[in-house]
Design a protein around this ligand. Sequence first.
Ligand SMILES: Cc1cc2nc3c(=O)[nH]c(=O)nc-3n(C[C@H](O)[C@H](O)[C@H](O)COP(=O)(O)OP(=O)(O)OC[C@H]3O[C@@H](n4cnc5c(N)ncnc54)[C@H](O)[C@@H]3O)c2cc1C
Length: 515
Amino acid sequence: MPLNKAALKDQYDVIVIGSGIGGLTTASLLAARGKDVLVLEQHYLPGGSAQTFPYKQYRFDVGPKLFFGMDASRGNMRYHQQVFDELDEYPDLSHYESYYSFKHPGGCLQVAGSVEEYIAQLVAAFPQEEDGIRRFYATLEDLHAMFVAFPNLPLDRPDAILKTVLGVSPDRLLKLGFWGYISFGSLFDDYIRSRELRAILNAEMVAFCYSDIDEVPAVLGALVLIERHKGGGTFTKGGSGALARLLVRGLEKHGGQIQYRASTRRILVERGRACGVELADGRTIAAEYVVSNAGVVNTFGRAGTNVEPLVERHWLRPQTRAKVDRVKLTDSFFTIFAGVDAQVFPPGTDAHMLYIDRYYQSVQDMRLICFCNSSFKDPTLAPPGKHALQIVYFDPECCKFDSWQRDEQYAQRKQATFERAMCMAEEVFPGITDSLDYVTCGTPLTYADYLAHWGGGWGVRMSIDQFAFHRFQHKTDVQNLFLVGADTHPGIGVVSVTMSGINCAYHIAQPRTSR
Ligand SMILES: Cc1cc2nc3c(=O)[nH]c(=O)nc-3n(C[C@H](O)[C@H](O)[C@H](O)COP(=O)(O)OP(=O)(O)OC[C@H]3O[C@@H](n4cnc5c(N)ncnc54)[C@H](O)[C@@H]3O)c2cc1C
């Protein structure tokens, strides 16, 4: 268990609230650039949603297991690599061939190999759509290539925007802008008629972005569908929490500090400028800059909720208050963490499997189950003959945060939801329920409590109207207070919050090479 190694000082250059991947990326980069940085984390482990926690003889990943661009020598995305190079810290990676398999009522697709190989699978499954599938994928590849070639710079700095505009051909800029405003669903409909294939892509968008195919911008859908083939399956040994631990190492190596079980109660503001924080125990610490990785609702509050905002709302402009009050958040989910007998999984089973029992056209009624076995990729996460299984279960009956209360029905509802999820799991792996040991379940309230994140979901939804310039950026109405993480541009996912972390750090101190 990580320990607090040093006493807190009275003052730092930068305080980062929260040790999610976005917060840690900003903190470690700023430490490497010579700033005196303190990270305050309310939990006892780093990583937020991307932490790995020990339970009995197992280690479980709370959230992400499917990474993009973790290994730049295989993939196109280089954002993680940029951070590793600057910190001079590199992850120990394991590679696996199949990204995941997708079981649907008509068969099973294996997301593996090159784009061409996957197209061949799709064509075999949907032969009448061959021409459309090929043309659809050609457009996706084009969009993916454009995005990856695009510089990752903050959208709320005129100098960065100018640099971007000057560095990219007007044709590309217009194309990317256009596809940022067109839904992935309508791009699909231009080429393909199959409702079954549409439902499969819809479920994949939910699994990656928690948004409907008709909400997700086309450019984002293209990134998800292409990058997994370019980068291949790459996983940090030791669980997804190994990435957080790497960033903490980078932070500490450059003189930064992280304090666990240190909940921030308030961001201190004087004359419109952030000047420090107050901890839950009443201590105050001064800082020139404050960065919040706590999410927009927890940072700014939201009308109609019981959230105590970190910043007193009178510091916010009315339009910012209105924006947080009406921002659309993702729903939450139900998760099951359990040890499981390895023999439940037939030979050839992938580490990850997505399953739908019907071709759902909308997230509003979709039941989707994701089986995640990190111990397939790193056997040290489970004892011999066992696997550390996480089931992430999306179901409108249990994913609405507001519908859960810690009342006398809570335990009963949790048990009923567990049984409903396992009933669906049995359709894929018969006998799985009987082979579980040490089961622990997370409801939307569990996620909200452990991650100090109101809503218990993935944050601001990745919809066209909340994308790019419409999303929250880093600068806030309070001078020297910045936001970082999944609620900011570009959005949800480990690689996205890494991009956000790089851009947030850019506001405070730039790397020598980009001065
Ligand atoms: C079940 C699940 C599966 C996922 N699967 C994937 C996947 O396969 N691939 C992928 O790329 N992404 C996945 N994601 C999404 C990804 O994990 C997140 O988008 C990303 O990790 C969020 O990072 P963040 O920087 O926004 O911080 P968060 O993870 O939200 O962390 C914020 C941190 O701030 C701390 N904090 C909050 N308030 C305070 C306070 N007042 N004082 C001190 N500390 C505070 C919290 O404790 C937390 O540690 C998944 C997420 C979940 C939950």
